[in-house]
Every structure is written in structure tokens, then in C-alpha cells.
Design a protein around this ligand. Structure first.
Ligand code: AMP
Ligand code: MG
Length: 424
């Protein structure tokens, strides 16, 4: 891996314009300065769920360990079967899963075998039970019961070969990986330490739930959406509460957050006017860039480092918090967690069921409802798209992604949608 770039290098690039930063550009720039966690811990397989592997896993054995039957039936020697008519064989034993037949098959002999039963020595094929009849130890196999040698037989190592790297460092551990790891007989793996993310909300008008609102005050909802989004990404979320727009209070909150976490996320305080003193403060404490992203919602975004922590200063508006988190923070957190291959958020095409008003020049993420129409997937906006209308996020099941150059879009056009289900 090449060394991460510094923020200074980024901000000195020729085409760097902090006041109109395209979404993709911002994403790419953030990606260049991320430094993933390196600390690891060894955990029992179950504890590895939702963590990221910190080692390559090499299989100590072949899976399956033996050739075995893919179905209930009769283990035979293919060469014994008549090409045209019925074949009569002699039953010489049984092979159950976990209780193999210990002998070997002689000419015109067969063994009753069950799914997962080890193939007896000399048997190469399994006849499914529906294609054979047994009477007094004589087994009649129907003509054409199998078409080729090896049929209905699972081969040793067909899933995993001994010595094969089954899972690579940086791979997420999901339910399938738990099963794969267990199938190799491995009970402890090395994973990266969980990412610690501290967050707080800024604003004199904000109150926490459980308190009474004074005139003009509102309940802080951003800490709740952030808590939810961080938990779904399996981060350790450190909630530092509401911090008023008071420089001393902000300074101490930033210091506490940076000292206790790998990542600091704030909401509010990055819009015009408020950003000025936050900027002064952060210039003192770290290296932070303030961007106006060419997107809606979510125009102001601060990004940088405070001490050794990565910092994302999200806008205050509740919808903008979620959109910027999903578009910028999510991917960054996956990289920081040690993930090496990050799947793009699932996007697909749908027909717009209602017109959308839009100005060219910025990427828009409208909240949409995607549903199956008579001729394929159709999407319509949730209605009011203001960045303070948090209920629109709750009604939506997707973002309608409208690229920079697009202006008004009439109904019937095909648009890109990003499933929220793939994000959270
Ligand atoms: P700001 O970016 O701080 O100017 O905030 C923009 C808008 O978002 C204002 O209407 C704020 O009251 C609102 N807002 C900021 N933070 C929060 C929060 N934590 N919860 C709910 N609304 C917020
Ligand atoms: Mg504010």
C-alpha cells in the first residue's frame, strides 16, 4: 500500500475547489488519507461475527474430507451397469453418514448408501434410490439409471482443498463465513479491533430526549440516527451528547472525542456563519478541510483529522446527516475497519413514476419509494424533500440518485436508485 496522502497535498492540487466539490471527488480524496486499524484480537468463531478478518485463513484439511454420496441410493461400480438393460447387483452392506462401509466393492456388488455416506472403496457412482429395487439382497438397477461414471458423488476437497487460502485478511465475517470457518474445524480467528467512533451534536437549540423544551428548542435526533447507522456498521459508538455553540465547550468535546476514538463525527456547526469559529478551533487542534459538496442535501461537510482521529463534520439538518453518512462516512468506516474489498452500494435502474424538479450542477439524493409496477420497478419521490423532513427517510426505501448534469426529470424516465437496504 502506498502511504496515505496528507490533507495539505490534497488541498494543493490544481483542480481543488473546496466550494464546489463533486461527490465522487470528495469520496476519492477521503479514501486516499484513510489509515485502517491495525490492532487485532483473537476471538472464538461466534465472536467474529460482523468483524473483519485480520489473517488469511488456510484450510488445514479438505472439505469434504472424503468422497461421499450426494443422495440416498446405491453405491455401484459404473462399469458393472449394463449399457442398455437392467442390471442386477448383490447388496453387501450399508454406508450411513458418519458410519462408513468398511469393506470394498467386488464385481456386481452394491452398498446401500445415504446422503453424506462415505463412498465405499471401489465404488465410483451412486444410483438414486428411485431408480433401483431391492428384494432379498438382490438389487435391480433400472436401465439408464445413471448416465456417466461419478454421478451423484461428491468429491473430497470439492468445496475446499487442503492448504487453500479460504478467506483473506480484510474479509468481513458474516453468517456464511462463520459456517465456512467452522467447516474447517477452526475455532479461533484473528480479527481487527472494533472501530471506536465518538459523536456529538452541536447547537444551542438542541435538547436531549427526557428533558422539556424551552421556546425555540428542538430535540436532538441526529445522535439517534448516527447511533443507529454506526451500530449497523458494527462500530463501537461513543455518544458524547449535545454540545452548545460555545468555543470552550466545543474544544473540550473535540479533545475528549479525539482522545477516545478512532473517528469523530459531529453534526451541525459546519454551515456558513457557524463554520467560522469551528474552523478556527479545528485549525488549532488538527488539520481539517471544509468543503461545500456539490450535492443536495448535504452541502457543507468538514473532513480531516483531530489529533490521531479521523474527523467528519456533518451538516446539522437531519436528512443531510443521513445522506452524507451513507455517501461518505459509511465507506470510510468500512476501510478503517480493515475491509479490503468494499462492494459498491447496490444501485439499479427504475422508471420514475412522478416528475422531479432539479437544477443541474449538483448531485441529488432524493428519498424514494421503490415498488414493483406492472412493467418492472417503479420509483417515486416520498414527497416533500426538504433536508429537515426526517420522516421522508423513514418512508423511503431508496435514494433516487440524480447526477450533476441532470435537470428536471419527467415521469417515465429511467433513473438510478440506491437501495437503503444495501446501506444499512
Ligand atoms: P446547522 O448546520 O447547525 O446550522 O443546523 C441546520 C439545521 O439542522 C438547523 O435547523 C438545526 O436546528 C438542525 N439541527 C442541527 N442539529 C440537529 C440535531 N442534532 N437534531 C435535529 N436537528 C438538528
Ligand atoms: Mg447549529
Amino acid at each position: 500500500m502506498t502511504d496515505p496522502r496528507t490533507l495539505r497535498e490534497i488541498s494543493c492540487a490544481d483542480d481543488y475547489d473546496p466550494d464546489s466539490m463533486p461527490v465522487d471527488r470528495a469520496r476519492a480524496l477521503i479514501r486516499q488519507v484513510l489509515t485502517p486499524v491495525t490492532a487485532t484480537e483473537r476471538v472464538h468463531v461466534r465472536q467474529a461475527l460482523d468483524r473483519v478478518l485480520a489473517e488469511d485463513l488456510t484450510s488445514p484439511m479438505a472439505v469434504p474430507g472424503h468422497d461421499n454420496s450426494a443422495m440416498d441410493g446405491w453405491a455401484v461400480r459404473f462399469a458393472d451397469l449394463s449399457g442398455s438393460g437392467e442390471t442386477e447387483l448383490t447388496r453387501v452392506g450399508e454406508s450411513f453418514a458418519g458410519k462408513p462401509f468398511t469393506g470394498s466393492l467386488g464385481p456386481r456388488e452394491t452398498v446401500r448408501i445415504f446422503t453424506g455416506g462415505v463412498m465405499p472403496a471401489n465404488a465410483d457412482t451412486v444410483v438414486m434410490q428411485e431408480r433401483a429395487n431391492e428384494r432379498d439382497g438382490r438389487v435391480r438397477v433400472a436401465a439408464g439409471a445413471v448416465s456417466k461414471a461419478g454421478q451423484n458423488r461428491r468429491f473430497a476437497g470439492e468445496d475446499v482443498k487442503r492448504g487453500q487460502v479460504v478467506l483473506r485478511r480484510g474479509h468481513p465475517v458474516r453468517p456464511a463465513e462463520l459456517g465456512v470457518i467452522a467447516s474447517l474445524g477452526i475455532n479461533e480467528v484473528s480479527v481487527y479491533r472494533r472501530l471506536r467512533v465518538a459523536f456529538f451534536s452541536t447547537g444551542d437549540e438542541l435538547r436531549s430526549i427526557g428533558t422539556t423544551l424551552g421556546p425555540g428548542e428542538i430535540y436532538d435526533s441526529n445522535r439517534y440516527t448516527l447511533y443507529g447507522m454506526l451500530s449497523h456498521l458494527h462500530c463501537e459508538a461513543l455518544d458524547l451528547g449535545v454540545v452548545p455553540d460555545v468555543p470552550a465547550a466545543l474544544e473540550s468535546a473535540f479533545a475528549t472525542a479525539a482522545a477516545n476514538a478512532d473517528v469523530v463525527i459531529t453534526s451541525g456547526g459546519v454551515s456558513v456563519g457557524e463554520a467560522d469559529y469551528v474552523k478556527q478551533l479545528l485549525d488549532k487542534m488538527g488539520e481539517v478541510l471544509f468543503w461545500k459538496i456539490a450535492m443536495k442535501p448535504g452541502r457543507p461537510l468538514a473532513y480531516g483529522r483531530i489529533g490521531s482521529a479521523h474527523f467528519f463534520g456533518l451538516p446539522g439538518n437531519p436528512v443531510a446527516v443521513m445522506v452524507t453518512f451513507y455517501q461518505f462516512v459509511r465507506e470510510a468506516l468500512l476501510v478503517l475497519q480493515g475491509r479490503t474489498e468494499i462492494e459498491a452500494v447496490p444501485t439499479f435502474k427504475a422508471t420514475l413514476a412522478a416528475p422531479i424538479k432539479k437544477m443541474a450542477g449538483r448531485t441529488e439524493f432524493q428519498r424514494g419509494i421503490l415498488a414493483r409496477g406492472t412493467s418492472g420497478w417503479e420509483v417515486r419521490p416520498t414527497g416533500e424533500q426538504g433536508s429537515g423532513i426526517l420522516s421522508s427517510m423513514s418512508q423511503a426505501n431508496c435514494f433516487i440518485v440524480l447526477p450533476t448534469d441532470t435537470a428536471n426529470v419527467p415521469a417515465g424516465e429511467v433513473v438510478d436508485v440506491q437501495l437503503l437496504e444495501g446501506l444499512i
